[in-house]
Design a protein around this ligand. Structure first.
Ligand code: GLY
Length: 392
C-alpha cells in the first residue's frame, strides 16, 4: 500500500481524506499529550490532562483508557512509516511497565484493553521484550480475577468488595485476547481456558432472547450460579446500551478468532443483527439502542466506530455471500457517515466527536472519547491495510 501522508490534500478517496485528517490530529497530539495522558473524554471538544488523584499527579497512567493513545500512535506509524509516531509510541511503554510493576490501578478487567494496545502491539511490531514481559505480568493479574466455580472474570473493584463480587460486563470480551496471547507466548493453557470459559458464560447469560445484551451480569461466587443482569451505563437494566452491543460484536468475533468456536461467531452476528436493525437514518447509533431519530438524545460515535471494527472482523471470517456483503456494506456506510459528519471541523483535538461515556452519571456526554478515536482510526486502517495484523 502507499503510505498515507498525514497532511496529504486533496485525497484520492474519502477514506484517504478521512485518514489524512485523522493523522494530522494524531501528529498534533504528540506535543499536546507530551506532559501526560489525556483524560478519558474531551471537555468542550478538547482533551484536558487526566486529573490528579490523592495519590497520583495529573496526567498519570491510570484508568482504563490510557492505552488508546499509544494504540493510535502504533496505527499511525503503520499507516505512514513516519518515525515520529514510532518514537512517541515507544515512549509510552515505560509508563505501562511501571504501572504493572508498581501495581497502580490494576483491580480491573481492563488490563486487556490497556496492555494489548500498549505492550502487545510493540511486541508484535518491534519484538520489544520489556513490553512483552509487562503484558505477561498484566495477564497474570487478570487471571487473579478469574472466579471459580463461576468461570468468569470479575470486572471491577477488589475481589473482596461485596458490591462488585461476581459481576462482569460485556466490555470484558475485548480483554480476552490478552489471555489468548499469553497462552501463545508461554504454552500455558490456563490463560486461554479462562478466556474461553468466560466468553461462553457471557454468550449464555448476557445475550437476551431478542438479540439485545445486558451491560453487566452477576454470578453467585460461592455456587457459580448465574443471578441477574443489570446496567451501569445503559438507560435501564432492560434496555440495550449501544456501546455494550458494539463490544459484543467485536468481542465475540475476537474470541472466535482465537478459538474457532462457531457459537462465538454466531453470538457476534446476533449482536450485529440487532445493532444494525436499530440504527437511525445516518447509521450512527444513539447512546442506547432504545432511542432513535426523533428522541432528544445524544449519539455515541464510539459505539459506531467499535461496531465498524467488529463488523470488519466478522466479515473476515465469513464465506463469500450475501451476509458477508451486507455486513461489509453496512460497516462502510457507518464509517462514511462518521467521517462525514462526526469529525471535528476546527478547534478540537479529538478524531471523532459526539460520543457518550456515561450518560446516567453525566460524564463525557456528547464529547470526543479516547477509545472512539482509536477505533475510528483502526476502522480506517483496516480499509487501507488489507491483511493488517491486529494488536488484539
Ligand atoms: N469499557 C468501558 C466503556 O465502554 O465505557
Amino acid at each position: 500500500m502507499t503510505p498515507i501522508q498525514a497532511d496529504q490534500t486533496p485525497a484520492a478517496t474519502s477514506t484517504d481524506a478521512a485518514l489524512a485528517t485523522a493523522l494530522t490530529t494524531v501528529r498534533a497530539n504528540i506535543a499536546a499529550f507530551a506532559a501526560g495522558y489525556p483524560d478519558d473524554t474531551t471537555r468542550g471538544g478538547v482533551y484536558p490532562p487526566r486529573p490528579a488523584t490523592d495519590r497520583l499527579p495529573a496526567g498519570a497512567n491510570r484508568g482504563w483508557t490510557t492505552s488508546f493513545w499509544p494504540g493510535q500512535l502504533w496505527l499511525a506509524w503503520e499507516l505512514t512509516g513516519d518515525e515520529e509516531f514510532r518514537v512517541a509510541a515507544s515512549g509510552t511503554v515505560a509508563s505501562f511497565v511501571d504501572r504493572v510493576e508498581r501495581g497502580i490501578d490494576l483491580d480491573t478487567h481492563d488490563l486487556g484493553f490497556l496492555y494489548t494496545l500498549a505492550c502487545v502491539a510493540p511486541w508484535r511490531l518491534l519484538a520489544d521484550r520489556g513490553a512483552r514481559d509487562a503484558a505477561l505480568a498484566a495477564a497474570d493479574h487478570l487471571m487473579t480475577r478469574f472466579l471459580e466455580p463461576a468461570g468468569i472474570i470479575q470486572a471491577w473493584g477488589s475481589l473482596e468488595d461485596p458490591g462488585q463480587r461476581g459481576r462482569t460486563i460485556i466490555d470484558s470480551l475485548m480483554n480476552m485476547p490478552l489471555l489468548y496471547w499469553a497462552t501463545e507466548q508461554t504454552g500455558d493453557e490456563r490463560y486461554a481456558d479462562a478466556a474461553r470459559r468466560h466468553t461462553a458464560q457471557l454468550r449464555d447469560q448476557m445475550i437476551r432472547p431478542d438479540g439485545t445484551t445486558f451491560h453487566t451480569f452477576w454470578w453467585d461466587v460461592v455456587t457459580g450460579r448465574p443471578l441477574r443482569g443489570s446496567t451501569q451505563q445503559g438507560f435501564t437494566d432492560d434496555s440495550c446500551w449501544a456501546r455494550g452491543q458494539a463490544w459484543g460484536i467485536y468481542g465475540f468475533a475476537l474470541n472466535y478468532r482465537y478459538t474457532h468456536d462457531e457459537s462465538f461467531l454466531d453470538a457476534a452476528r446476533t449482536c450485529a443483527d440487532y445493532f444494525l436493525a436499530h440504527l437511525p437514518a445516518d447509521g450512527v447509533a444513539y447512546w442506547d439502542l432504545d432511542f432513535t431519530d426523533g428522541d432528544d438524545q445524544p449519539r455515541d460515535s464510539s459505539a459506531a466506530a467499535i461496531a465498524v471494527c467488529g463488523l470488519a472482523e466478522v466479515v473476515g471470517w465469513l464465506p463469500d455471500g450475501p451476509d458477508r456483503d451486507r455486513y461489509r456494506e453496512r460497516a462502510d456506510a457507518i464509517l462514511a457517515s462518521l467521517a462525514e459528519a462526526y469529525t471535528p471541523v476546527a478547534g478540537s483535538n479529538a478524531l471523532l466527536l459526539h460520543g457518550v461515556y456515561d450518560w446516567p452519571s453525566s460524564i463525557g456526554v456528547d464529547e470526543g472519547t479516547l477509545w472512539g478515536d482509536y477505533f475510528y482510526l483502526e476502522a480506517l486502517a483496516r480499509k487501507v491495510l488489507p491483511g493488517w495484523t491486529l494488536y488484539w
